[in-house]
Design a protein around this ligand. Sequence first.
Ligand SMILES: [Zn+2]
Length: 379
Amino acid sequence: MKEEKNRIPCICTLPLLPPVGQIYLEKVVAPVITSFIGNKTKTKYIVALNLLGPRMFNKNVIEKEFLVQKYLNALTDLKVEADIIWRDDKVNGLLITKFITKLVSLGHITSSIKEIERCDCGIVEMLYGVSDEKSNRSLFEARADGRFCQVCKGKVKKHKEEVLLFKLPEVSKDIKAHPRFFEKELKQMALKYSGKHFLISKNRKTAIRFVFNGKEYGLDVDFVWQLYLVDLYEKGFLPQVVVASSHNLMPYLFVLSLYKILIGRKILFVVHPLFFSDKHQRLLGERFALSKLISKFGAKSIRVWLASNINWNRKSSSLNIRELSLLSKMDYRIHSSENNFATFESAISSINGQDLKKSLSLARRKKGDYYDINFSGVV
Ligand SMILES: [Zn+2]
C-alpha cells in the first residue's frame, strides 16, 4: 500500500451511464462541474462510467465501445479533459472478491433466506416490500394486475431463496456535503437507512460472481460500481471529492459507507443543482443536443453559461438559451486568469453564479472598454 502522501488526490464524478443516441446537455453537467473544481484546484479529475448496468446489458462490445467513445468525445469537445476514465467493466474481479470477503469478515455482508420479487429475465430483482427504491422503480411498470418488467415485459413474481445482504452502517456523522442543505438531507437519509439490509446478489448471471458458504452468487452491478472509490484507492489515488446531481442521493450513502469501512476515509460530496430550461423542462431533446449547441455557440460559452447559472442556495436552476446566445457574442471578453484555490470549499464557492452574472452584465454595459471577466477554471 502506498503512503498517503504519495497518493494522487482526485475528484470524481459518480459513475455515469453513456447515453444511447443523441447526447443532450443534461448528460454532461456533472463532468463539466467536476472539471471546474479540478481546474481551479489543480487536482486530477476522473470521469467514472457505469457500463455493467441493465441498459448496457444487451449491447455487444462494439456497440458499447462506440457509445463510450462518443460520450468521451462529447466531453472532450466541451473541454472536459479528464485525467483518468474509470470504468466498472474494467474492474478486476479478484479485487472485488477481496473487498467483498473483507466486508463479510467484518459482518457487513451476510447471507439470509428472504422473499425476493423477480421477473423472468432477472433485470427486476428486489427484496419483497422495498420496491419503492428509486433504482428499481424505472425498471418495472406497476399495473392493477401486478408489476411488469420494462425489458422482458414479464410479470414480477415472488421467490423465497438465499441471498446476500449488505447492512448499511451508521455514517451520518461522516457525511460532508456542499451545499449544506444537501448535507442535512444526506444525514437524515443516513439515519433513516442505517442498519437496514440491501440486496446485493442477483439470481441472473452478472459480470462479477462471488462464492459464499459454497453457493455462487451474481453480484449486483450497482454494488460493484459503488466500490469505485475503494478501487481507485487501491490504484494509488486518494479520492477526495465526488460530484453528482441531487437526482438520486441514495448511491452517495453506499459509496461513502464502503469507502469508510474498507479504507477508513471520508469524502466531500458536491451536489450540484439540477438544471432545467427556461420553460422548466429537462435539458433533453433537439434544442439541447450538445453537438448542435457547441457548433452554434462554442464550448467556451456553454461552460460559462453553466457556471454562471450555478446557485448553490437552490436545488434547481433554469438556463435561458437567449443568455447563451448573448454569451457567445461577447466571449472575446471572457478570459481565464491563473487562479489556484487552496481548498475545495473555496474553489466551489468561487463558482458563484450570482457573482459571475454581475460581471457579465457589467461587461455588457461597458461595451467600449476592455473588461476582463474572471472565469478561472471555467474557460
Ligand atoms: Zn425482466
